[in-house]
Structure formats: C-alpha cells, structure tokens
Design a protein around this ligand. Structure first.
Ligand code: DP6
Length: 360
C-alpha cells in the first residue's frame, strides 16, 4: 500500500549580529560566554528555504543542503535538533480541517527527509547556519505538532543547532541572553524591538567572496576561548556595557551611536581573532578597504551615514538609513564595481508570527 507523505515548507531569515557572540562556555549545547544582539533581515533578501517530509515509507532520516546530501548521523547538531523536537512531539493536524493526520504515539514509525536551500553563500560569513538551523527547528516543530506556546523552548533547540540561530526566530532587534544555568534553559533569544520600530534602517551586503571559509565559526571561537586573553577580557569587561548602550541607542533610534558601537564591536571581534593562537583571519584586503571607505564616507559627510560589521568571513554588512542609501550605494559601486551590493531591509514579520498560518 502506498504510504502518505506529510510535507511542509518554511523559509527562515538570517540575522546579523551588531554585538557579536564569540566563544562558548559549553560547546555541547552552545552556551555562550557573552550575550549578543542582532537584527533579523528580510526573508526576501537572504533566506533558507527548508522542506521537511515524513512518511512510513522512509527507512531513515536524510538531509540535503543545497542539493548535496549530508550525513545526518555525523552531525551532532542536527541530531540534537531532531532529538529535542521529537521529545516534545504532539499530534499532526490538518490546519484546515483539524483532522489528526499523525497521532502523537505514531511518530516512531515515521522517518523524516529534510531539503534545505540557501539563496546566499553558505559558510562564507553570512550567518548561513543561523538561517539554516532556525529553519530546521521551526519546520520540524510544525511537522511534529509542537504548540506555539513553546517559543522559548524552540529558541533553545535552535541554539543547540547553531548558537546564532536562536536569534533568527524573532524579527526586528533581538537579544540572546547568555543565561546562567548549566542546562541552558535561560540561554535564549528575546525580541527587544519589533520589525516596525525603525523602518528607516537599511542593510547592504557587500559580497567580497562567496567561497567557504577555511576556519568555521565553531572551530575558530573554540581556539579563541582556549588561547586569547583579549577574548576573556572582551566577554567580561567590554560586552556587558556595550550591550546596554546598544539596546538604548536602538530603542531611541540613535543611528550614529548604533553604527559606532557596531563598528567597534566588529573590530574588537576581529582583534580577538588576531589574538587567537594560531591567529584566525576572516577579513581580507577587500574587507579592510571597505572599512576605510566607510570611515572616509562618514568623515566627508560630517556625520555617521554608514556603519560596517563583518562576521566570520570577508563579506561586509553595512548599516545605513534610507536617506543615505544613494550616497552609500554610489560609494560602494565606485570602489567595488564588479560586485553589486545586495540591498536588504529588516524583517517585516517574525518567523514565529509568519508561520502560524503555514499550510501543510
Ligand atoms: C561571528 O552561531 O555560527 O557570526 O554556535 O558554533 O554554530 P556555532 O557558531 P555560529 O557563530 C556565529 C558567530 C558570528 C557572530 C554572531 O552571529 O553573533
């Protein structure tokens, strides 16, 4: 007899940290050594689209990322997300009729296939793991009939996949509180300001390179924790004050302050990479030229019209205001003509809100 396949597709945005997460106190469940904050980008611009399908005819769990099959059992992170979602499984219901399609106690007989695609360079320092694990967590939670009331737990599950992923489940300006507990239940993201708070804000992504980085964030930050005295100082003495200032500046829409804090934090994060032994280099000559361009632009304008931040890769994320966009775009196109900047706006909806109505 032909077995039914239950499928659903969701898309998840990426987020860009303005105060960075770098370093874990527990690498098994991704507990960070400092809190961090980010803005969630609009899914139109940078996103992961993930389809999950369950059927009795599948003999094992499988996963394809950008068309290539990955070994599910070789990835502790993917296994963790599956395990945590399955532990909370409920009934899968048809969203239209409410009819139960898979009962809570029937899940053991079904395996799941996951197909995930990014519309931006994977592992090139554009937070692809953030969008990917947020998408995986959310898609599986919908498939397994988890109630929306488990939002905080979903944030923790996404965090176990990839730390930064917990910040992609909400839109707007999002804080990931490091938490204090060893089991990590208080290490999760919360929305500080929603998507409508600052419509003037505009993001520009300058893709300097779309090749995969040689040192992953996971490996790089572990070496930093083990070897960099600057990282320990940053986490304990710099980040807490900076987070408070950043939150206040974002709340009051003080662009000059947000941009300055974000640039300083990006620079310090890359300084800790240089302080790591052996050092890790994520920025390249083109990245550094962009840094100089932004400072020159701000100086020429007599005010801060643009800020930059770089994650674990050479690509630049610029933050500006809509009214300064022509100036910033003109500068970027003049100095980096072959690469057209990707204009990205902030998320207009939280993933959690958007997906309540996802049809099966
Ligand atoms: C530089 O979240 O990719 O982008 O938890 O090991 O998966 P894992 O690391 P990941 O690290 C992101 C680091 C960063 C800064 C940030 O997003 O806060």
């Amino acid at each position: 007899m032909q077995q039914p396949v239950f499928s659903l597709t969701i898309s998840s945005p990426t987020n860009i940290a303005l105060i960075k997460y770098w370093g874990k106190r527990d690498a098994k469940i991704n507990l960070p050594i400092n809190s961090s904050v980010s803005v969630t980008l609009n899914q139109r611009d940078l996103r992961t689209v993930t389809t999950v399908s369950a059927s009795r005819s599948f003999s094992r769990d499988r996963l394809w990322l950008n068309g290539e099959e990955e070994d599910v059992n070789a990835s502790r992170r993917v296994l963790a997300v599956f395990r945590e979602v399955r532990a909370r499984a409920g009934d899968l219901r048809d969203p239209k009729t409410g009819q139960v399609l898979v009962r809570k106690d029937e899940w053991d007989g079904l395996r799941v296939w996951v197909v995930s695609e990014n519309n931006f360079p994977t592992a090139a320092g554009l937070a692809s793991s953030a969008a990917g694990y947020a998408a995986l967590t959310f898609a599986l939670s919908k498939l397994y009939g988890l109630p929306d009331s488990l939002a905080d737990e979903l944030s923790c599950i996404a965090r176990m996949g990839s730390g930064s992923a917990c910040r992609s489940l909400a839109g707007g300006f999002v804080a990931w509180d490091m938490g204090q507990r060893a089991d990590g239940v208080d290490s999760r993201a919360r929305q500080v300001a929603d998507e409508a708070h600052w419509p003037e804000l505009q993001v520009l992504v300058l893709v300097v390179s779309d090749t995969k980085k040689t040192v992953s964030s996971t490996a790089g930050m572990q070496t930093s924790v083990d070897t960099s005295p600057l990282l320990a100082h940053r986490a304990a003495a710099v980040v807490p004050g900076r987070l408070a200032e950043m939150e206040a500046a974002y709340q009051s829409r003080d662009f000059g302050k947000v941009a300055e804090l974000m640039m300083r934090d990006s620079n310090q994060f890359h300084a800790t990479c240089l302080d790591t032994y052996p050092p890790v280099f994520y920025m390249n000559d083109a990245s550094r030229a962009i840094v100089r361009m932004v400072h020159a632009l701000n100086e020429a304008a007599g005010e801060t019209v643009c800020g930059y931040t770089f994650d674990a890769g050479p690509n630049a994320v610029l933050l500006t205001l809509k009214r300064h966009l022509p100036t910033v775009l003109a500068a970027a196109n003049t100095h980096f003509p072959p690469k057209r900047p990707v204009e990205a706006t902030l998320a207009s909806e939280s993933l959690l809100a958007a997906l309540k109505s996802t049809p099966l």
